[in-house]
Design a protein around this ligand. Structure first.
Ligand SMILES: Cc1cc2nc3c(=O)[nH]c(=O)nc-3n(C[C@H](O)[C@H](O)[C@H](O)COP(=O)(O)OP(=O)(O)OC[C@H]3O[C@@H](n4cnc5c(N)ncnc54)[C@H](O)[C@@H]3O)c2cc1C
Length: 429
C-alpha cells in the first residue's frame, strides 16, 4: 500500500497495516511492535499537510473503530470511535439532536486525527475541537488501555496528542443541542477589517475572512447562531453553483492559468475575490461550517495573539506587494478564545489563526518562509497538521506546556514505539 497525504506532498509505503477491532487489539499491536524494535503510526484520513501522519513502518487503521458508541442524553456527552469521520459523526450527532459546538472548513478528517493536531474553526467566544473532549480512551505501548479524564495528568496531554502517546481508540465529546447557523457572506475593504480585527472577530459567533494577495478586499464570512432572525437555505442550484462551479470548478481553472502564467496572478486574484460574492442563507450548523475542497493546495497556518493579527497581515501584504509573489490562494484568518489544552495554538491567549496557501500545482517560492519569519516576531505557534519548519527547541519556546507534554510522552512511550522522523524533529528523540 502506498500512503499519500491529501495535498500529495508526503508519501510512504508502510511495511504493514494493522486494523485492530478493539482497544485491546490496538494495545497488542503496540506491544508487539515495541518488542520487535518497530515503530507505529496511527492513521487518520491523511489530511495533514505536514508529515505528522506519515507511516514509516507499521500503520494502524482505525477504520474498525468508528461510530457513536453511547450517548448520555442528560449531559450531552457521547463516546465515539476514534476512526469516525467527521462527516459521519456530524450526521449521527444530528440524529441524536446534538452537535459539536464548533467545526473547521471540511468534514473529511477522522475525529482522532482532527483532535491530535488541534483542528479548529472560528469563533472568538469558542474553542478548537479538542476543547470539546472530556474523555480519552488510549492504548499504550505497555499494553494498557487507559480511560483518561480531566485532572488525571494524562488527559491534559491526550487531547492534542500529535499521535505521540499511544493509539486513541475512542473519545468522549461534550456536545451542545443541535443548532442552525445563519451565514452572511460578503466583501469588505481589507483596511476596514485591519483597523479593528477584534471588532470584526466579535461581530458574529463565527467570523472569518479570506484575503487574496494583490487585492484590497476581504471576503468575509459571518455565521450567526440562529435566534429570532433566520434565512432560507440555499436553493440546490445555488449551492452547486457556489460550491462546485465557482469555489471548486472555476477556481481550479483560474489556478491552472496562474500556474502557467504567474504574471497574471494579481488580475486572476481579483477575479477569484469577486467570485466569492455575497450571500445569506441558513442551515444546520455542520452544513454551514463545512464545504467540499476539491482544488488541492498546500498550507501553513500559525496561531498569533489576536492583538498581532493586523501587523502580521500588513507585513504580509507589503511583502506580496514588493515581490509581486504569484500566490493564487487567499490568506485565511480565523479567531478563537484562549483555552487550556496543553499544545493548543490558543493555549492561554485569545488567538487569530492566519493561514497561507498555494495551489498544489504551483511553486510556493519563499512565501511560506517569509510568512514564518513574520509570525515568529509575534510568538506564532504553528498548526501541528500544517506545513512548518520549527523543531523541538523552537516549539518549546512558544508552548508553555511543552515539557509537561514530553513528560507524559516519556511515561507512556519510553521506548518510542510511536516514533518517526517528523515526531523526532518536533518533539526530540
Ligand atoms: C482541505 C483541508 C481543509 C482543512 N481545514 C482545516 C480547518 O478548517 N481547521 C483546521 O484546524 N485544520 C484543517 N485542516 C487540517 C486537518 O484538520 C488536520 O491536519 C487533521 O489532523 C487531519 O485529520 P486526519 O484524520 O486526516 O489525520 P491525519 O492527518 O491522518 O493524522 C494527524 C495526526 O493524528 C494522528 N492520529 C490519527 N488517528 C489517531 C489515533 N487514533 N490515535 C492517535 N493518533 C492518531 C496521526 O498519527 C497523526 O499524528 C484541513 C486540511 C485539509 C486537507
Amino acid at each position: 500500500m502506498t500512503w499519500r497525504n491529501w495535498s500529495g506532498t508526503v508519501t510512504s509505503t508502510p511495511t504493514q497495516v494493522a486494523v485492530p477491532v478493539d482497544a485491546a487489539a490496538a494495545a497488542e499491536v503496540l506491544v508487539r511492535a515495541g518488542a520487535a524494535g518497530r515503530t507505529v503510526r496511527p492513521l487518520g484520513s491523511g489530511h495533514s499537510f505536514s508529515a505528522i501522519g506519515q507511516p514509516t513502518d507499521i500503520a494502524v487503521s482505525l477504520a474498525g473503530l468508528a461510530g457513536v458508541r453511547s450517548h448520555h442524553a442528560p449531559s450531552g456527552k457521547v463516546w465515539v470511535g476514534a476512526g469516525t469521520r467527521l462527516r459521519d459523526l456530524n450526521r449521527a450527532l444530528d440524529a441524536l439532536g446534538v452537535a459539536l459546538p464548533n467545526l473547521g472548513d471540511i468534514d473529511a478528517q477522522t475525529i482522532a486525527g482532527a483532535i491530535a493536531t488541534g483542528t479548529h474553526g472560528t469563533g472568538l467566544g469558542l474553542y478548537g475541537i479538542a476543547a470539546a473532549v472530556v474523555g480519552v480512551e488510549i492504548a499504550t505501548a505497555s499494553g494498557e488501555v487507559l480511560r483518561c479524564v480531566p485532572g488525571d495528568g494524562t488527559f491534559e496531554a491526550a487531547r492534542i496528542n500529535l499521535g505521540a502517546l499511544g493509539i486513541v481508540t475512542a473519545l468522549e465529546l461534550q456536545t451542545v443541542p443541535a443548532f442552525r447557523l445563519r451565514a452572511v457572506e460578503g466583501p469588505m475593504p481589507l483596511e476596514d477589517v485591519l483597523a479593528d480585527p477584534r471588532a470584526f472577530a466579535a461581530s458574529a459567533d463565527h467570523a472569518e475572512f479570506f484575503w487574496f494577495p494583490h487585492t484590497t478586499v476581504a471576503s468575509t464570512r459571518r455565521n450567526h447562531r440562529e435566534g429570532a432572525e433566520t434565512a432560507p437555505p440555499l436553493p440546490g442550484w445555488r449551492a452547486v453553483l457556489d460550491d462546485e462551479v465557482l469555489t471548486n470548478g472555476v477556481f481550479a481553472l483560474v489556478n491552472e492559468l496562474g500556474s502557467v502564467a504567474p504574471r497574471l496572478v494579481p488580475t486572476l486574484n481579483r477575479v477569484s475575490a469577486a467570485a466569492m460574492g455575497s450571500r445569506t442563507y441558513a442551515d444546520r450548523s455542520h452544513r454551514v461550517f463545512c464545504s467540499p475542497r476539491r482544488v488541492r493546495f498546500v498550507e501553513s497556518e500559525y496561531a498569533v495573539p489576536l492583538g498581532s493579527v493586523g501587523d502580521v497581515l500588513r507585513e504580509l501584504r507589503a511583502w506580496y506587494g514588493r515581490t509581486r509573489a504569484p500566490i493564487q490562494f487567499p490568506v485565511e484568518v480565523r479567531f478563537v478564545a484562549a483555552d487550556d489544552v496543553w499544545l493548543s495554538g490558543a493555549y492561554g491567549r485569545e488567538t487569530a489563526y492566519v493561514a497561507v496557501h498555494q495551489y498544489a500545482g504551483s511553486d510556493v517560492g519563499d512565501s511560506f518562509a517569509v510568512f514564518e519569519r513574520i509570525v515568529a516576531e509575534h510568538g506564532g505557534r504553528p498548526h501541528w497538521g500544517k506545513q512548518h519548519t520549527l523543531d523541538a527547541a523552537a516549539l518549546r519556546a512558544v508552548h508553555p506546556r511543552f515539557d509537561d507534554f514530553l513528560a507524559v510522552r516519556d511515561r507512556l512511550d519510553p521506548g518510542r514505539v510511536l516514533a518517526g522522523p517528523h515526531l523526532e524533529r518536533i518533539l526530540g528523540a
